[in-house]
Each structure stands twice: as structure tokens, then as C-alpha cells.
Design a protein around this ligand. Structure first.
Ligand SMILES: *[C@@H]1O[C@H](CO)[C@@H](O)[C@H](O)[C@H]1NC(C)=O
Length: 278
């Protein structure tokens, strides 16, 4: 399967790849003090997603990241900019996925991870990020951080352009073809209207196999130029989007710098968050 797709991808991709910067995320390497709310979600000992520390004992991540994962196989690493070393590794005691999360929808892609013990807050390594209560304006600038793919793989590019619904199926073998960062990356992005996002994410005209772009989601593109060349990619899912120091979104679906990235709009999930964070 892998090889077949690679073969199919070879021709268009040599043409396409020139339009993209070598780094899909287009970010820069940062230290954990630059995003002390960042958590790495560890599934079966593999760091596969990100999350945000929203309370000392609570991590907010994407529903996609943890659906069908047994709680006993989930851990969270905080306090380090390294993907798989340092900081502290904490067990998860309970998972609560948004009740309306669905694989074929962009919205409600959220999950709360209740930690078995509290994180230890420190000034410059581990901090709680406050939740935004208002939706950020179009063009507002924010930062997203994660350990996902940092350069374009021909397979990922084809994947995100043509068969985006399959990208939501948990196929981690994609990893075999694209480099990821060991060190935390951060990128500057800006909010795109959801209508423009819907247009940009459609394939073959208006067709989009995934539904649910609305006020309940937030889309971003890279800052500067056409917005191409910067964005989140595979294994960045669950990443926190922060605008003016407030957590506004959690990354659900990546665009790998070829399409907008899609987040859950946390200001539109206030009551769900309030009910489940008491
Ligand atoms: C753990 O964190 C929660 C949420 O901030 C807090 O209410 C609780 O008192 C903390 N527990 C301990 C043992 O520090």
C-alpha cells in the first residue's frame, strides 16, 4: 500500500513540491518556556499528539488523538521541549471525549485527559494556559506548537490534497516517510474565516468528505506571503493554538501547509468545558 501510493505520488509531487517550503510547519525551534502549557500525548510509549495544560490535573487534546485508545496506554509528558525525553511523564486516569465527536466531522474534536496526579507548576517549564472566552477575530495572529512532521513528504502532500478523509484514519505508518522534530516547533499563524476555510479545504469543486466547518471551528493559515509553507502537519494533532496568551483552539485536522489547519473553537465549547472541568 505504502509503496503503491508512493509510486502514484512520485510524478505530481516532484512538480508540486517546489511550491512548498522544505518545512511544512514552517516553524522555528523553541524552548518549553516559550510554550509552558505544551503537553506531549504518549500512546503506547510513542509521543503521537500534543495537548494543552488547562488545569494542574487536566489536559485538553483532540478527540481523534485518543479515541479507541485504552486509558491504561495513555500518558502525558510535560515540562520539556524534547518530544520523548525530560520533564515528567504522568499517567492518565480518565478520558472524556466530546460526546458529539465523529471521525467524519471537523467540529467537536476535543477530549479531556484527567491526570492521575497533578503536574508540578514551575515558572518557566509547566504552566496552565487560560481558556479564551471570545472567538478570535479573522486575521488575528496566534502561535501553534508541536512535534509533528517538519518537512514535506510526497506521500503526505498527496494525502492531504486528494484523500483527506483517509488521513483521519489512524495510520501512523505515514511516519515512515516524513521526518519529525525531536525539539518543539512553533509557528505563527492567523485566523481564516470558516467560509474561506471550507472553500480551501474542498477537493474536486465543492466536495469535502469531512463535514462540520462552522463557528464551532477555527481555521488558520501561515502568516506572511500566501500563507503557504507554514502550518501544522501529521502528529501535530491536539496542538494548542494561543492568541494573546489565551488558548483559543485545539488542533483537530492538519493541512500540512497546503490547506488550512482546523481547530475546535474553544469559546464555542464553554459550557462543555465548564461542566467537565469542575
Ligand atoms: C490538584 O489540582 C487541582 C486543580 O488545580 C486542585 O484543585 C487540587 O487541590 C490539586 N491537588 C493537590 C493534591 O495539589
Amino acid at each position: 500500500m505504502c509503496r503503491l501510493l508512493l509510486l502514484l505520488a512520485a510524478l505530481p509531487v516532484t512538480v508540486l513540491s517546489r511550491q512548498y517550503a522544505p518545512r511544512l510547519i514552517g516553524g522555528t525551534t523553541v524552548e518549553i518556556k516559550d510554550a509552558p502549557w505544551q503537553a506531549s500525548i504518549v500512546i503506547k510509549n510513542e509521543p503521537l499528539c500534543s495537548g494543552a495544560i488547562i488545569m494542574e490535573n487536566l489536559i485538553l487534546t483532540s478527540g481523534w488523538c485518543v479515541h479507541r485508545v485504552p486509558t491504561s496506554q495513555l500518558k502525558v509528558r510535560v515540562g520539556t521541549s524534547s518530544r520523548s525525553t525530560g520533564g515528567s511523564l504522568i499517567a492518565v486516569c480518565k478520558v472524556h471525549i466530546h460526546p458529539h465527536y465523529a471521525l467524519d466531522r471537523y467540529d467537536n474534536d476535543l477530549a479531556l485527559l484527567y491526570l492521575c496526579e497533578n503536574v508540578t507548576l514551575t515558572d518557566n517549564r509547566v504552566q496552565v494556559v487560560p481558556l479564551a472566552s471570545e472567538t478570535p477575530n479573522e486575521n488575528a495572529e496566534g502561535i501553534v506548537s508541536g512535534w509533528g512532521h517538519t518537512s514535506s513528504s510526497s506521500l503526505c502532500l498527496l494525502w492531504s490534497k486528494m484523500i483527506s478523509i483517509l488521513a483521519r484514519v489512524r495510520l501512523f505508518w505515514i511516519d515512515c516517510l516524513a521526518p519529525r522534530s525531536q525539539q518543539l516547533q512553533q509557528a505563527n499563524v492567523k485566523i481564516l474565516s470558516w467560509q474561506q476555510c471550507a472553500a480551501d479545504r474542498s477537493i474536486f469543486g465543492q466536495f469535502n468528505p469531512i463535514q462540520g466547518l462552522s463557528e464551532r471551528t477555527l481555521c488558520t493559515i501561515g502568516v506572511g506571503g500566501t500563507g503557504r509553507g507554514t502550518g501544522a502537519c501529521y502528529l501535530d494533532e491536539g496542538a494548542p493554538l494561543v492568541v494573546n496568551g489565551f488558548l483559543v483552539g485545539i488542533l483537530g485536522t492538519v493541512g500540512c501547509a497546503g490547506k488550512p489547519d482546523v481547530y475546535a473553537n474553544l469559546a464555542q465549547h464553554k459550557s462543555w468545558l465548564k461542566e467537565n472541568t469542575k
